[in-house]
Design a protein around this ligand. Structure first.
Ligand SMILES: Nc1ncnc2c1ncn2[C@@H]1O[C@H](COP(=O)(O)OP(=O)(O)O)[C@@H](O)[C@H]1O
Ligand SMILES: [Mg+2]
Length: 261
């Protein structure tokens, strides 16, 4: 069943946001990632599951260029970006979430999102404060609303709860026309209520924005993805629909047996 789905997906002609071919990454003698073949369609929402040290974050680092692969090719919307610098991938619409920099601590939520929007817009050199009608400010407000921060637009970033900071990180990833976002354990440290909020935020993202989410919380992962990739020891060992993965005995033994979820 899993194999047939994979075959159908690989033979489809639709555009791929991301294609990895034989991707590997070594750190000295350590093989963190080996022969990874992965295809994610434009607009697709994919979960990557796997135990600690499986190579999930290394895979993200290879895709963003933070730690480029030592083997294989990576294509982003058809373009070979394997050796592109990080900034060139961002320019093409690839995003990942980063922890909020201390530089932003003194700003309000809306100013923080506004600065990020302006940073990628044509008027980035403008030093004028925007009026309420300013298009970039309107965009910033819409993004803040989409991550459920519209009630605290004027709160200083330094006063945000852990969950609200995670939401702000997603807001920053949404600035400047993203086409594909990499989320690395966005639910880590969130309360049950904040997790529900996160699931709602991800499921309400514009349909053209695809993502990969690395997530230990199986409940979150399976609610926000349409397809799941399992990793172990730097390799992909299984792919399938959320329901198939949830019921898979091998997955349960490797993944759930370690106390995650
Ligand atoms: N920058 C690095 N330098 C050396 N080893 C690394 C580096 N990043 C990751 N590793 C190693 O690669 C393996 C995979 O790590 P990682 O991708 O972080 O796993 P995961 O995110 O699935 O928990 C681990 O053994 C880890 O110690
Ligand atoms: Mg990791």
């Amino acid at each position: 069943m899993v194999d047939r789905n994979v075959a159908e997906r690989l033979s489809s002609n639709s555009a791929f946001a991301l294609e990895l071919e034989g991707v590997g990454r070594q750190f000295g003698a350590l093989v963190a990632l080996a022969d990874v073949n992965l295809r994610v369609q434009a607009g697709e929402r994919r979960a990557i599951l796997g135990s600690n040290g499986a190579g999930k974050t290394t895979l993200f680092n290879a895709v963003t260029g933070d730690f480029p692969p030592t083997a294989g090719r990576i294509r982003f919307f058809g373009e070979d970006v394997t050796n592109f610098p990080v900034q060139e991938r961002i320019r093409r619409g690839l995003r990942r979430t980063y922890q909020i920099s201390q530089l932003f601590a003194g700003l309000s939520v809306i100013d923080c999102v506004f600065v990020a929007c302006r940073g990628v817009s044509r008027s980035r050199l403008s030093l004028l404060r925007p009026g309420a009608q300013d298009a970039t400010m309107a965009q910033a407000r819409a993004i803040a609303r989409s991550v459920h921060l519209d009630d605290i637009l004027d709160a200083p970033v330094s006063t945000l709860s852990h969950g609200q900071q995670r939401q702000l990180e997603i807001a920053l990833a949404l600035t400047g026309a993203p086409r594909f976002i990499l989320f690395d354990e966005p639910a880590a440290g969130l309360s049950p209520a904040e997790r529900r909020d996160l699931v709602a935020i991800l499921n309400a993202l514009p349909a053209h924005i695809g993502y990969i989410i690395i997530e230990h919380d199986l409940d979150v992962a399976l609610r926000v993805s349409s397809y799941v990739t399992m990793m172990h020891n730097g390799r992909i060992f299984k792919e399938g629909a959320p329901a198939e993965i949830e019921e898979d005995e091998e997955v349960q033994a490797i993944y759930l047996g370690e106390g995650h979820g």
